[in-house]
Ligand binder design. Structure first.
Ligand code: NAD
Ligand code: UDP
Length: 318
């Protein structure tokens, strides 16, 4: 049994980590400032005497004694990380220094949640971990892309300079229940729009591609990486099945039986044209690969958002 800290634990991925770590018998501290996370995501865990919730912003130091840190605190949707870009940089720089400082002080292992965004608008396809990326340092996505790149740098420097035990994962587009209704990323947007028969907002022609990983597959990969010895990464974690955004829209319309029409909106600046993980390294080192097909994952996610929308409507009518 370990004492485990999950930063960003009230968020989409973080809440599943808290839940799975508790199920394995660990003591879990969930730390979150609730910028994009929600108490609703972890409400069902609050009855456990092995679960603790701390409202805290990681840009400020905090002193805790733990054995593991899953460092996930950072807004991940372009809409949210661009809302206050300076804060996004502070979260990635000051927040990551604070967490690495804690790992150094208490000699615990820290897993850094990095992202496929470190590859920017990639010119190598699919993306391997050895690719250094193609990132605009001064664009509207830079606060996140460069923020996560410096967080990787810090992680490696604390490792080399201070012997901190670290792991780095690069997560590719992940979706599932507990994404916020207003998250703004493509899967939740399309599902919420389709369930309400509103226009589906496809940015640009919809020819850009992404590879979507269901959250339960991802969480298995993350937890395996944390407990794997003699391999610090970085390692790509994602589903290599690649789809155009238009294909995603069509799947969502079909699975929801929606009357929604497609509406094209301008493509945001620096939107990557293609993205697909090469997961050979994860297969080799972690014996991990995703198993959930897009349509199955979408079906579960649709049923989650359907319930959420129904409960919002009920609350509005009270
Ligand atoms: P999310 O927005 O649901 O979760 C982020 C959590 O961090 C939220 O609970 C938020 O309130 C919290 N947070 C943000 N800033 C904070 C701060 N300064 N102090 C304390 N808490 C703070 O997003 P998510 O999809 O669950 O992403 C979690 C992590 O995984 C992020 O680090 C993200 O960069 C990474 N990631 C996610 C994806 C994906 O597809 N979901 C892809 C790549 C990387
Ligand atoms: N996208 C879209 N409509 C939306 C939201 C996103 O067409 O309502 C597109 C977006 O332009 C991008 C892709 O979907 O090409 C994935 O966007 P998301 O914000 O989910 O993640 P990221 O761009 O960070 O991969």
């Amino acid at each position: 049994m370990q004492r485990v800290l999950v930063t960003g634990g009230a968020g989409f991925i973080g809440s599943f980590l808290c839940e799975n770590l508790l199920a394995q018998g660990h003591d879990v501290i969930c730390l979150d400032n609730f910028f994009t996370g929600s108490k609703r995501n972890i409400f069902h865990l609050m009855g456990s005497n092995r679960f603790e919730l701390i409202r805290h912003d990681i840009i400020h130091p905090i002193f805790l004694e733990v054995d593991r840190i899953y460092h996930f605190a950072c807004p991940a949707s372009p809409v949210h990380y661009q809302f206050n870009p300076v804060k996004t940089v502070k979260t990635n720089v000051m927040g990551t220094i604070n967490m690495l400082g804690m790992a150094k002080r208490v000699k615990c292992r820290l897993l850094q949640a990095s992202t496929s965004e470190v590859y920017g608008d990639p010119q190598v396809h699919p993306q391997t971990e050895s690719y250094w990326g193609h990132v605009n340092p001064i664009g509207i996505r830079s606060c996140y892309d460069e923020g996560k790149r410096i967080a990787e740098t810090l992680t490696m420097d604390y490792h080399r300079q201070n012997n901190v035990d670290v792991r780095i994962i690069r997560i590719f587009n992940t979706y599932g229940p507990r994404m916020a209704l207003n998250d703004g990323r493509v899967v939740s947007n399309f599902i919420v729009q389709a369930l309400q028969n509103q226009d589906i907002t496809v940015y640009g022609e919809g020819e850009q591609t992404r590879s979507f990983c269901y959250v339960s597959d991802l969480v298995k990969g993350i937890m395996t990486m944390m407990e794997t010895e003699n391999f610090i990464g970085p390692v790509n974690l994602g589903n290599p099945d690649e789809f155009t955004i238009m294909e995603l829209a069509k799947n969502v319309i079909e699975l929801t039986g929606s009357r929604s029409k497609i509406r094209h909106l301008p493509l945001p600046q620096d939107d990557p044209t293609q993205r697909r993980p090469d997961i050979s390294l994860a297969k080799e080192k972690l014996n991990w690969e995703p198993t959930i097909k897009l349509r199955d994952g979408l079906t579960d996610t649709i049923s989650y958002f359907d319930k959420m929308l129904t409960s919002v409507k009920k609350a509005e009518n009270v």
